[in-house]
Design a protein around this ligand. Structure first.
Ligand code: BGC
Length: 422
């Protein structure tokens, strides 16, 4: 299945190629709030205004331009595409579901299918309806019940055309920014709220998993593949001493693995969705519980290249993470991996190197079945606004024109040939 070699014909050297498994999923991701525009019923819409943050406004106008955008996806040879449904469009007022918005997402999925592109659909990507936020959002003890009502509606409407579902995007990141740091809505800084929300998000996932399977069964459809997107960092000790090594072990267990164990324990996971961006350089100032969990290197010891938000570029971390997931014996889909940068050469180097390490992990037995790049196009990067550029496609926010970047063309070759020259 995998082949690495150097060919030499008549003194012409062809670069070594690595091949990926058959039927590999190749694509890119977006999330509704970050690209659609005018999500006026969402808690983020209210939050941006209240806090005087960058405004999402029209975002990329993808709500209107999705067909044109999917034409570009097609020309880039992607065979899958990850998108999310905006709950606040489907249920703008508590208990009132919008038929035109449901129809909109049916059209979106149909547009992908017409182009031969497999949809990977996320049900919750950080944003909530404003009415749900008023009820206490995920802190409310009935949060998962509200979520399930929406899941029931939208999954019933889309089931026949969707096989892959991502219930919740990055529960740990959501909890961290919204309930520990307090920089995202609802701006809470409380360990007990954070704990409650994590519990409710996981409850939401497990219930959604069961409901989705039930719906497919009742409709006589093939078994769906249901998972969640888990943000994983590679924890690396700065100095290789006992303190740091212990902290690395604890953080990897606590932040990376435990959540997967817990969901698998409930038999509620068909694949592991990995979002990987960077490493975390661990350096303990002293012994202490908080230090073990939180301390990072502040001594400027990271000599690595960085993205435009200062995150280390560390492709070997992806291999390490993927190998660490072998123990779960589940298929893995990389649901996000990408770089914000103004340097498109660096973007391609980032993609190429991550794919190389992903391939090494596959060769060593990691069951990776797909790679989805973040992001298809430049978009609204939450509290950072439109400055970070994560897209394979450049977006001009004045006239909303799209321009395919060179890195996207190189990635398109990988998608087309299912191989990469290294
Ligand atoms: C999130 C995206 C975000 C990306 C880059 C991921 O954690 O799912 O919404 O844009 O990181 O920061």
């Amino acid at each position: 299945m995998f082949f690495v070699g150097i060919f030499c014909f008549f003194n012409v050297i062809i670069l070594p190629m690595i091949n990926f498994p058959r039927n590999f999923l190749w694509g890119a991701a977006t999330s509704a709030y970050q690209v659609e525009g005018d999500n006026t019923n969402s808690d983020w819409w209210v939050w941006e205004k209240e806090k005087g943050l960058p405004q999402s406004g029209k975002a990329c106008r993808h709500y209107e331009l999705f067909r044109e955008d999917f034409d570009l996806v097609k020309t880039l040879n992607h065979n899958c595409h990850r998108l999310s449904i905006e709950w606040s469009r489907i249920e703008p007022v508590e208990g009132k579901f919008s038929a035109p918005e449901i129809k909109h997402y049916q059209d979106v999925i149909a547009a992908l299918k017409e182009r031969g592109i497999e949809p990977l659909v996320t049900l919750h990507h950080f944003t909530n309806p404003a009415w749900f936020a008023k009820l206490g959002d995920w802190q409310n003890k009935d949060a998962s019940i509200y979520f399930l009502r929406y899941v029931d509606k939208i999954v019933n409407a889309l089931a026949k055309d969707v096989r892959y579902w991502v219930t919740i995007n990055e529960p740990t990141v959501h909890v961290y920014y919204s309930y520990i740091f307090g920089t995202w809505p609802p701006g809470v800084k409380s360990a007990s709220s954070a704990g409650r929300v994590m519990k409710n998000l996981l409850k939401g996932h497990v219930k959604a998993y069961r409901l989705i399977h039930k719906i497919y069964k009742s409709k006589g459809l093939n078994r769906p593949m249901v998972g969640f997107a888990h943000n994983m960092q590679d924890y690396v000790p700065c100095k290789n001493n006992l303190k740091n090594k212990l902290a690395v072990y604890i953080r990897n267990k606590f932040f990376n693995l435990d959540i997967i164990y817990s969901v698998l324990g409930k038999r509620a996971l068909d694949f592991i969705g990995v979002n990987y961006y960077s490493r975390s350089l661990v350096e303990l100032k002293k012994w202490g519980f908080k230090n073990l969990i939180l301390d990072c290197c502040e001594g400027g010891h990271s000599a690595l290249k960085k993205n435009s938000m200062g995150w280390d570029i560390y492709p070997q971390g992806l291999k390490h993470i993927l190998l660490g997931l072998k123990v779960f014996k589940k298929p893995i889909i990389i649901l996000e991996n990408g770089i914000c940068t103004e340097d498109d050469g660096l973007r391609w180097a980032f993609i190429r190197d991550h794919l190389k390490y992903m391939h090494e992990a596959i060769s060593l037995g990691a069951n990776v079945i797909g790679y989805v790049h973040w992001s298809l196009m430049d978009n609204f990067e939450w509290d950072k606004g439109f400055v970070p550029r994560f897209g394979l496609i450049e977006v001009d926010y004045v006239n909303y024109q799209r321009k395919i970047r060179e890195s996207a063309k190189k990635f398109a070759e990988v998608c087309k040939t299912n191989s990469l020259s290294i």
